[in-house]
Every structure is written in C-alpha cells, then in structure tokens.
Design a protein around this ligand. Structure first.
Ligand code: ATP
Ligand code: MG
Length: 183
C-alpha cells in the first residue's frame, strides 16, 4: 500500500479544503516556520487512527479542529481522508480486490466522531486493521515526528520489539490470536 492523496478540511490550520498529492517517489513539504508542515504529519497520524492527543501536539482532541484564523471563523468539524493505492496488492484480505482504499476520519466539536472506509462507516478497529503489519499506521515507525528520533533509540525492549514485529509483519497475526483467545 502507498499513500497517494490526502484531503483535509477543518483540520488544524487547514480551514479551507486542501488536497495534497503524493506521487510515487519522495515527496518533500517545505515552507516557513508555522506554515502547517507538521500539521500535515498530524493529519496523517490522526487519519490512521491516532487516539493520543499528545502525539497530535494538542491538549484535547478538539484542538485539531480549525479554530479560526485570518478572518476565517472557527469550524465545527475536522475531516481528513487518505487515499491509499493498493497496486502491489498488499492490503489486507478483505480489500485485496480494491486498487484504492479511502479512509476517512471526522470529528465534530460536539465530540461525535466518524470513521469510514471507502465512504462506508466503520469502526476505529477496522482502520487499525488495515495498517497492522504493513509498517504504516498510527503506532508504527512510518511516522517519525520532529524531534522523535530519540524516542526510538531510547525505547525499552518491549517497545522496540513492537517496531521489529511490525516490520516483520507479525502484529496482524498476534492481534488476531489475541482476539480468538478472548472469544
Ligand atoms: P516548524 O517549521 O516551526 O516546524 P510547521 O510548518 O511544522 O512549523 P505547524 O506546527 O504545522 O508548523 O503549524 C503551526 C500552525 O498551525 C500555528 O500557526 C498554529 O496556530 C496553527 N494551528 C494549530 N492548530 C490549529 C487550529 N486548531 N486552528 C487553527 N490553526 C491552528
Ligand atoms: Mg514542524
């Protein structure tokens, strides 16, 4: 799977609907301090199902909703969609036949939230399952935030094991085993 496109509206500094394309190869995002580069990384993490407000550099989840800027009023919802290309067929079994998978996460100021896969409402767990064992995902090493390299080098054995298992692709099976044993 490969990230192909990100669409944001009402997420942090993105009051206006923005579409960011990630063509094959390396994409670099450049701009002056405070222009929203890290907010794009936060949006990626959030759409992949990040639940830790701290990881998203906020105090409460509501902080990710556009609070108003440059004469634009605050917004009542934030929405981020990720389009993943599945050209190499590495998506989980259930999505094997899709060439593209679109994930959407929405949060209303009231606290209500919504997750969708290909525009069909789903559970947060379904979003997490898409990424398990792929090396992507909110908890994986695929997203390394500003100043966070130290977190990997300083990680304890348990945490480091998670990174290795994710790279080896076994987390997906571990999670399934855990669920089966619970039943
Ligand atoms: P640097 O180069 O310093 O790392 P950056 O490009 O990574 O900068 P970001 O941290 O992505 O910058 O963006 C910070 C900006 O986002 C600030 O101007 C802040 O006011 C704005 N911002 C963050 N949350 C919101 C929000 N909820 N509503 C409106 N603006 C927000
Ligand atoms: Mg930054």
């Amino acid at each position: 799977m490969r990230l192909k496109k990100m669409e944001l509206v009402g997420f942090k500094s993105f009051g206006e609907k923005s579409v960011i394309a990630f063509p094959p190869g390396i994409s670099a995002i450049v701009g002056p301090n405070g222009c929203g580069k890290s907010n794009i990384v936060d949006a990626l993490r959030w759409a992949m199902g990040e639940m830790s407000v701290k990881q998203l550099r906020g105090k409460s989840m509501e902080d990710i909703i556009f609070a108003g800027a440059n004469g634009r009023p605050p917004m009542n919802l934030a929405e981020v969609s990720l389009t993943l290309s599945n050209e190499n067929g590495t998506a989980p079994e259930a999505f094997k036949h899709f060439s593209e998978i679109m994930l959407t996460r929405r949060l209303y100021r009231s606290g209500e939230s919504l997750y969708m896969i290909n525009r069909q409402p789903c559970r947060l767990k379904d979003i997490h399952n898409i990424f398990l064992g792929s090396g992507m995902g909110a908890k994986s090493y695929a997203v390394i935030q500003q100043g966070n390299i130290g977190a990997i080098t300083d990680a304890g054995p348990e945490e480091r094991r998670f990174f290795i298992e994710e790279a080896a692709g076994v987390t997906r099976y571990k999670q399934r085993k855990k669920e089966t044993l619970r039943k």
